[in-house]
Write a protein that binds this ligand. Structure first.
Ligand SMILES: NC(=O)c1ccc[n+]([C@@H]2O[C@H](COP(=O)([O-])OP(=O)(O)OC[C@H]3O[C@@H](n4cnc5c(N)ncnc54)[C@H](OP(=O)(O)O)[C@@H]3O)[C@@H](O)[C@H]2O)c1
Length: 327
């Protein structure tokens, strides 16, 4: 492993806690399942760690098939990074459909307790550093979810807890409830990128005022804010796999905006992906962004954004003008 890895990354304190996260984290939603190439997955984890990425973001359902990303990550950890556990922050989540029957989905105590046991078994870990409630399910009383999260920490199965995608009202209540159990919410995870800015209204400032750190997922809009789709839809790109990113999401308008943003990125001496990541990190309340990558080349491109995270007022204004063209 590269001895100077920690000089290549910036770290930020996560909310009102003593835990530092790398400004860029790696997500395993795609590209780490049993359908993916294990050698590439291994190279992605090792390259990330070698460049100071200490935080890896998982969930029980990542794959496909669900569970396989955790299993593969555990294998990679054992083969490549055994001996480095104390240099790593490993996150997982429970809350989306994972197994059959009434308990395999949602945010009940039953689901959270069973899920974390399954995730620990799949990864071979003794504990997760961060465990999230993946979503508000609209049914489970928030008291029940908060108590279950707090209890997994008391049982030593997780060190910290977080919430993901909770609407502002429910997020506020969770911050209060978790604090009252003695396990404050470490971190809040939401989608945020130049095309999806909902959290700017309320969610980000709420989290900050409650002492929670914040982490953005899909900062590259699943590839739309990179050079991936500037000239058509390449074979094997995420949009061709008919998952969450559909070909119909790659609208002419979005591609046109991405091309304009790309021109500005080139003027800054960056790729579009690098500028999009720097933009997402421009607010100091944003602890980290979780990027995805299907190749080491993409990952290296993304990690280089750390070398220029600052913007002039004119550049930010220019980005606003370009984004205003969106419906
Ligand atoms: N909490 C939640 O509910 C939730 C939801 C979604 C995601 N997440 C987390 O956030 C992580 C990141 O999400 P995401 O994968 O959607 O993030 P993303 O960074 O917006 O998109 C990643 C995809 O963009 C393309 N890409 C990345 N870098 C590129 C580059 N430099 N040049 C060209 N193309 C590039 C690749 O697609 P190709 O495959 O086309 O190469 C890559 O798989 C996930 O892994 C997961 O950990 C959490």
């Amino acid at each position: 492993m590269n001895a100077s890895r920690y000089e290549q990354m910036e770290y930020a304190l996560c909310g009102r806690s003593g835990l530092k996260l790398p400004r860029i984290s790696l997500g395993l939603w795609h590209n780490f399942g049993d359908v993916d190439d294990f050698e590439t997955a291994t190279a992605l984890i090792c390259t990330a760690f070698d460049k100071g990425v200490t935080h890896f973001d998982l969930a029980n359902n990542y794959g496909p098939p669900p569970g396989s990303a955790e299993k593969n990550f555990g294998r990679i950890l054992k083969q490549q990074l055994s001996g480095y556990r104390d240099e790593l922050i490993i996150s997982s989540k429970a809350g989306h459909l994972m197994w059959d029957g009434p308990y395999g989905d949602g945010s009940s105590r039953k689901n959270i307790m069973a899920s974390i046991n399954q995730s620990l078994q799949r990864t071979g870990l003794d504990y997760f550093d961060i465990f999230y409630s993946h979503r508000y399910d609209g049914v489970t009383p928030l008291e029940e979810t908060a108590q279950a999260l707090s209890d997994i920490v008391k049982q030593g199965k997780a060190l910290y807890v977080g919430i993901s995608k909770y609407p502002p009202l429910e997020a506020k209540r969770m911050y209060d409830l978790l604090r009252s159990t003695g396990t404050p919410c470490l971190i809040s995870q939401y989608r945020y990128n130049m095309f999806e800015r909902t959290i700017e209204k309320e969610t980000l400032s709420l989290a900050a005022s409650e002492g929670s750190g914040f982490i953005a997922f899909s900062p590259l809009a699943q590839g739309l804010l990179t050079n991936r789709y500037l000239n058509g839809i390449p074979e094997h790109s995420r949009a061709t796999r008919n998952g969450f990113l559909k070909i119909e999401h790659i609208t002419l308008q979005k591609v046109d905006i991405a091309r304009k943003l790309n021109l500005l990125a080139v003027k800054r001496g960056q790729t579009l992906a690098q500028m999009a990541l720097a933009w997402t990190l421009r607010d100091k309340r944003m602890t980290s962004v979780i990027v995805g990558a299907s190749s080491v080349k993409q990952l290296n491109d993304n990690l280089e954004s750390i070398n220029n995270l600052s913007f002039t007022a004119e550049e930010l204004e220019c980005i606003e003008q370009i984004l205003q063209e969106m419906e």
